[in-house]
Design a protein around this ligand. Structure first.
Ligand code: ZN
Ligand code: FE
Length: 260
């Protein structure tokens, strides 16, 4: 048994993911809003059994209460920090760094990836799909709301960058075009990035999603995974020998102030 990933666009730019198993059950990765999720379940005739949570932000847990009300036995799995802080409504299971979770015949390794929030986790499944929430976006990364640049540096450049290059990265927002404007600003001579930008503009013109990405593509295009390159060191005016997390902190601050 395995699962198929169905992408559900919600609001302006959120993605929820419905994992559809062969036996008619489904699991949800993050739950922004119930009606579009319920509609997809009904349309496919699937029974929701689990929610797999990346982090506690409202645009990721907003539908939990409503979904638990309609499915009282719904299992809600999430990370340890968010459980300790009781900020994932209905959480039934606590998953720690390196722990494994099994569903639909596949196994996920849980990776704690603090930075965007302190409780953020990523789900890397045995079928090559990884759900990274708001930690990494196509050609970008999440804002550092709770964590430090040093924490985000480990999350992005050691944890995620260490996965197999063909890992499919499912992020929780469609921010790609605006991320690319900044990426091209700091890494203008990157030919892979230029090619990606053209590909993305064509997809968006057709109303198509640009997610998932692959780790290989992000390693060659995403400036936040390229803090050790001369281009990004120069663009951030990093002093010679500055540690990578310092470059990352400068790059994120530049992005926060960027009006492209
Ligand atoms: Zn978030
Ligand atoms: Fe979000």
């Amino acid at each position: 048994m395995s699962f198929e990933v169905v992408q559900i666009p919600v609001w302006q730019d959120n993605y929820a993911y419905l994992l559809c198993a062969d036996d008619g059950t489904a699991a949800l990765v993050d739950s922004p809003e119930a009606p579009p999720i319920q509609a997809e379940l009904d349309r496919r005739g699937l029974r929701l059994t689990h929610i797999f949570q990346t982090h506690h932000h409202f645009d990721h847990v907003g539908a939990n209460a409503a979904l638990v009300e309609s499915v009282p036995e719904l299992k809600v799995w999430g990370g340890a920090y968010d459980s300790e802080h009781e900020r994932i409504p209905g959480q039934t299971r606590v998953l720690r760094d390196g722990e494994r979770a099994t569903w639909a015949g596949e196994t996920a390794v849980i990776h704690e990836v603090p930075g965007h929030t302190l409780g953020h986790i990523a789900w890397r499944w045995s079928n090559g799909a990884a759900f990274v929430g708001d930690t990494l976006f196509v050609a970008g990364c999440g804002r550092f709301f709770e964590g430090t640049p040093a924490q985000m540096d480990v999350s992005l450049n050691e944890v995620i960058a260490g996965w197999p290059p063909d890992t499919k990265l499912y992020c929780a927002h469609e921010y790609t075009q605006s991320n690319l404007r900044f990426a091209l600003h700091v890494d203008p001579d990157n030919a892979d990035l230029q090619a990606l930008s053209q590909e993305v503009d064509a997809l968006r013109a057709e109303g198509q999603p640009t997610v998932p990405s692959t780790l290989a593509r992000e390693l060659s295009c995403n400036p936040f995974l390229r803090c050790d390159t001369p281009a990004i060191r120069a663009a951030t005016a990093s002093p010679k020998g500055a540690p990578r997390h310092d470059v990352l902190g400068r790059l994120r601050a530049m992005k926060d102030g960027f009006r492209g």
